[in-house]
Design a protein around this ligand. Structure first.
Ligand SMILES: O=c1ccn([C@@H]2O[C@H](COP(=O)(O)OP(=O)(O)O[C@H]3OC[C@@H](O)[C@H](O)[C@H]3O)[C@@H](O)[C@H]2O)c(=O)[nH]1
Length: 338
């Protein structure tokens, strides 16, 4: 009994007698695949799929993350600087800035194909310039998140978007970090009128330096394109008129306006360092003296001061010898350019 249980010789014997492996057919796997493809018109479906994919990739050739040629890091420094005074910015087409440029030289979006809306954060979006920019972005179909601490911005400037699913408003000071998933960042947050930015100079420079650092950090983390609204004041008390973007200015680091001028100069430096060092796609717009609807009556800039004084039938106050000059721009023209 014990020896029967242990003995396995008869099992091996049986198996070897009955096993006769099939001869290996070299083309078996290929013919199986071909037969599978031809069954139930699967081949037709594959070909139709390839045709649809080809069509889709031809219609949407460019990736949004692609950098514009003017930002290529191997170009000489001055050629690679992507800042443009607002007066010169319209040389870049709207389509180019949307990333449709490379495969679509006419810049036209084919009929029947709607552009996919971008997710955009606008810091200072409840302010005078910011709110006009928000109107424009919403009108072209983008989703906008406004970040504002309401120091000079006002809810009334963006109230008409409340209830729009493409609009969000966050009360937040950019000197504190913020994490959002966005495609583009328009960084406008900072008081721009001399009266307002001189009110708390330390806060002004902190907003420009720490606030810009925070927003550039966000751009780097989420791969968003970044636009800094800078100022004509980076030229200081310029010795060249009109100022070219290559002019470095005649600046004063210790004056009463330096909190803003030097703050914006540092913000430009940070922007370019994030571009060169971290590959962030950036724009810098040096805005000159802007005026238009939603400007506060107490803004303190010359246009609103003169208008307010004229309405009150008071004499206009001209500071200094009155020989100073400025480039003025209507706000809706400005937001078309940025
Ligand atoms: O009531 C006034 C106000 C201003 N001015 C003068 O008008 C000129 C323009 O002054 P504004 O207060 O409008 O402002 P500035 O042009 O100096 O700077 C402004 O424009 C450029 C932007 O980048 C800045 O952010 C913004 O503050 C100055 O020479 C100023 O002294 C007057 O003569 N009377």
């Amino acid at each position: 009994m014990g020896s029967e249980l242990i003995y396995r010789g008869h099992e091996t014997q049986l198996a070897s007698d009955s096993y006769s492996p099939k001869p290996v057919k070299p083309w078996a796997s290929v013919t199986r695949v071909v037969r599978y493809m031809l069954r139930e018109q699967r081949l037709l479906f594959v070909l139709v799929g390839i045709a649809i994919a080809t069509l889709v990739f031809n219609v949407f050739p460019a990736s949004r993350a692609a950098h514009g040629p003017h930002l290529h890091s191997t170009t000489p420094l001055l050629d690679s600087i992507p800042y443009f005074p607002i007066e010169t910015q319209n040389k870049f087409s709207y389509a180019h800035r949307l990333g449709f440029g490379s495969g679509n030289p006419t810049g036209k979006i084919p009929l029947g194909l709607k552009r996919k809306g971008l997710r955009i954060v606008v810091t200072g979006g409840a302010g005078f310039v910011g709110s006009h920019l928000v109107d424009r972005l919403i009108a072209r179909g983008d989703s906008v998140i406004v970040v504002d601490n309401f120091f000079t911005g006002r809810k009334e400037n963006v109230m008409h978007h409340f209830g729009n699913p493409n609009f969000e408003l966050i009360r937040h000071d950019v000197v504190e970090p913020l994490l959002l998933e966005v495609d583009q960042i328009y960084h406008l947050a900072c008081p721009a009128s001399p009266v307002h930015y001189k009110f708390n100079p330390v806060k002004t420079i902190k907003t420009n330096v720490v606030g810009t650092l925070n927003m550039l950090g966000l751009a780097k983390r989420v791969g968003a394109r970044f636009l800094l609204t800078s100022t004509s004041e980076v030229y200081g008390d310029p010795l060249q008129h009109p100022q070219k973007e290559t002019y470095w200015g005649n600046v004063n680091p210790i004056g009463v306006r330096s909190c803003y001028d030097e703050g914006k100069r540092t913000a430009e430096t940070l922007t370019m360092d994030y571009h060169r060092g971290a590959g962030v796609e950036v724009r810098i717009a040096r805005i000159f003296n802007t005026y238009g609807p939603r400007m506060c009556i107490d803004d303190g800039r010359v246009v609103s001061n003169f208008v307010a004084q004229a309405l009150r039938k008071e004499p206009l106050t001209v500071y200094g010898d009155g020989k100073q000059t400025r480039s003025f721009q209507y706000v809706s023209d400005l937001v078309i350019d940025v």
